[in-house]
Write a protein that binds this ligand. Sequence first.
Ligand code: FAD
Length: 398
Amino acid sequence: MRFAFSPEDENFRAASRDWLADNVPRGTRPLRGPALRDFDLAWQRTKFAGGYGAVSWPVECGGAGLGPVRQMIWYEECARAGAPSVGILSIALGHAGPTIVAMGDAAQKAAFLRPILRGEAVWCQGFSEPGAGSDLAGIRTRATVEGDHLVVNGQKIWTSQAQHADWQELLVRTDASAPRHKGLTWVVCDMRTPGITVRPIETIAGEQHFCEVFYDDVRIPLANVVGGLNGGWRVAMSTLASERGAAAASRIFDLCRLVERLVSLARARRGADGRPMIDDAEIAARLAMHRAEAAALRSLGYAMISPGATASADEARGRDAGSLAALLFLHFGELVQRVRETGLTILGAGALALSGEDGDLVRGFLADRMHVIAGGTAEIRRNIVAERVLGLPRGDRA
Ligand SMILES: Cc1cc2nc3c(=O)[nH]c(=O)nc-3n(C[C@H](O)[C@H](O)[C@H](O)COP(=O)(O)OP(=O)(O)OC[C@H]3O[C@@H](n4cnc5c(N)ncnc54)[C@H](O)[C@@H]3O)c2cc1C
């Protein structure tokens, strides 16, 4: 297929670039605690005030209604400007909000969407449990209906940003007698409800990225159920499709920048023979390959969301948005690992003792392992691509 930006797209790019030049926060983003939450919410408020709070969300939901191509252009310009990422708002903006846009009722849209856009609410995702990650349909956290409430008991794990969150997209088992996928419910949980305990977990990168969350008779209004009681699997699949697409799309351009940073680093640093690392044929070849692969990923991202792509033969072959997102997410996650490894090779044996910007590359190497695990591991993405994009037979599993 052939993809080209329209004159309106180019105008949007120019306006975004100007706006970012004037508005990107100058300070350093704090790494943890209430200061981190304040920083990310303040950046969202600034973007919302400028009309960039949610470029692709529909206008009636508070967004700019500009569609996915302009959303990608916005991400690209943010990376170019060195703007902060959406940070701890990635769940609210990347998949909780989009799920409510797609499947919430009018009252839920009115209650939950604008506080996200106005930079007033942080969300987290309560899907994974000990023993149920890849096998999401195996979750055991249960909820029973009591009057006009669900009463929840159980445990979630790896819940990113739960310590900062006001709300949670929570998947619970509401019918233990139904087939595994049919007894689940997707519900919005107020994280300040009595009975919730949050315990942060330290990652290898030294961050408190995620938490364990325990539920002890937690009461949630039935009005917060999205997609109907026992209709949660379909809603969760919509969430995961948004999550995989948003996670990859928003980070492709940061990855392109990282590759260019490594090229500069390889020019500046000298190897054991005293020559610039870029003169090492193997390093030069690896960097050239990363640059080509990152450019291909960028093109793939734009091609997959361009208007022509959705009405193509792909759709006729049954390739839904979720499986295409898994393809992009798989390619992105694995390329990040290769690029990060090249970064460590360039830094050399003393990498772990480095601080400042070079030390950040080591921390990035550790933190970016998540991109082949979170949102579905690389193996699970491969299964989706094999079955739903390539049409191969389903493997043996429950
Ligand atoms: C940084 C980070 C943030 C996260 N944030 C969240 C969050 O906010 N909310 C949330 O709910 N979860 C979150 N997760 C959890 C994440 O979704 C799970 O870790 C992931 O789905 C894998 O599940 P698991 O850890 O239980 O591993 P398992 O499912 O036990 O998998 C173990 C290994 O077996 C492989 N495997 C399993 N099944 C198959 C299969 N059918 N075919 C081939 N290989 C298979 C996997 O690929 C993996 O290598 C996060 C994880 C990380 C690392």
